[in-house]
Design a protein. Structure first.
Length: 125
């Protein structure tokens, strides 16, 4: 394996049971008239999550270049179980309620990172 590639697996771990970081992808539709409320809600909670939720590493909010009502929130976790534990709490439901009130559609996908490659200008493992 070349430098900069992280398989996310430790010795003795098969590809069927990866131990890498977790990635949560939340694909949502936010009508134009709710965009400002959505961005305000995201701004209000993002630092609370970053500073106070165990296992959270980073997140991003992105708007589609082709459809202004299509949005994507991604978050990275030290392990997917950390996200699942937080997602199951009343604190999570209360914190994200203002965001959810802005959606007309939502789809959540959860992944375990099994490989990652950094470009030449990015830090490598």
């Amino acid at each position: 394996m070349s430098a900069g590639t992280n398989t996310g697996m430790s010795a003795g771990t098969s590809a069927a049971e990866p131990e890498g970081t977790g990635r949560v992808v939340f694909l949502i539709r936010v009508p134009e008239d709710r965009r400002a409320a959505f961005l305000r809600a995201y701004e209000e909670i993002r630092h609370l999550v970053a500073d106070g939720v165990p296992g959270h590493l980073r997140d991003q909010v992105c708007r589609s270049a082709d459809d202004p009502e299509q949005w994507l929130i991604t978050s990275e976790w030290d392990r997917l179980e950390a996200f699942r534990a937080w997602e199951a709490t009343a604190e999570h439901r209360d914190l994200v309620r203002p965001l959810r009130e802005c959606f007309t559609e939502a789809r959540s996908l959860k992944f375990t990172v099994v490989a990652e490659t950094a470009g030449p200008n990015r830090p490598r493992d």
